[in-house]
Design a binder for this molecule. Sequence first.
Ligand SMILES: NC(=O)c1ccc[n+]([C@@H]2O[C@H](COP(=O)([O-])OP(=O)(O)OC[C@H]3O[C@@H](n4cnc5c(N)ncnc54)[C@H](OP(=O)(O)O)[C@@H]3O)[C@@H](O)[C@H]2O)c1
Length: 272
Amino acid sequence: MLSDETVAVIGAGNIGRALIGGMIGSDLIAPEHVIATRRTASALDAMADEFPGLRTTTDNIEAVQDASIILLTIKPQSRAEVITNLRDHVERDVLVISVLAGITSERLQLDFGQDQPVIRAMPNTPALVDAGATALSAGTYATEAHVDKAQSIFAAVGDAVVVSEEYMDAVTGLSGSGPAYVYMFIEALTDAGVKQGLSRADAADLAAQTVYGAAKLAIDTGKHPALLRDEVTTPGGTAIAAVSALEEHGLRTMLINAVGTATQRSKELNEE
Ligand SMILES: NC(=O)c1ccc[n+]([C@@H]2O[C@H](COP(=O)([O-])OP(=O)(O)OC[C@H]3O[C@@H](n4cnc5c(N)ncnc54)[C@H](OP(=O)(O)O)[C@@H]3O)[C@@H](O)[C@H]2O)c1
């Protein structure tokens, strides 16, 4: 899909490195056709050792000279400085794919020039282990072929779905930020086991594997989570006693409100 492309990954930190690993590891593109940038030269050297053939530079302008696709994986706070320096060096037919939380396609089009093909993507950190969940939306000038190319990049590190831009803040609140909520859940479950006398190591293993296994069962069977929950809750048993306690403390409302708060924060980021 990307054999004719050259991809510049601007800001190859956690997410950028994961995407480079996914693209190269799945043979989507040859390492010689990927250029990674960041300011720390030693980190780029380490990446070049990890992915033989990968091109690296601390100079963003040099990186985009050859590129047909630019993957922007810097932090939103660096957007203004990085794009201001780059915009005059980016041809108008170059596809820009941004993972910057909260930054709309419209804003990116304005940053680069009105007719720039732009795709906004929201991956999450499980992309680091090829189990990411990414949603993508196309800007005004992105074609179907652009969307397919972008989707292939994120599909190399997990699941990738295309949604309309209006849902991207909700995606940021759900799957983009979601791993943080799940880690809190695992941590709390671990503490709960320790409170009941289990060693911390055993409790941590059991808690993480329970979350992983339950998610895998839901995905593999495609069954509604309520059905799967029913299968665990024996009448008069232990699980239904705990489910009742969770309902009493408003677990669902808490999560619905948490995702709502993160969605709102994503909207605010575009205004800053
Ligand atoms: N982490 C998540 O869960 C997550 C989920 C979805 C989307 N995102 C989005 O992904 C983006 C990156 O997040 P991340 O967690 O991967 O952050 P990160 O690890 O900090 O990566 C950003 C990289 O940008 C580099 N950088 C900073 N200024 C630069 C410049 N002027 N030129 C070139 N490179 C520069 C930094 O390296 P140097 O300091 O060496 O320059 C850093 O390695 C963010 O926009 C975030 O909104 C993150």
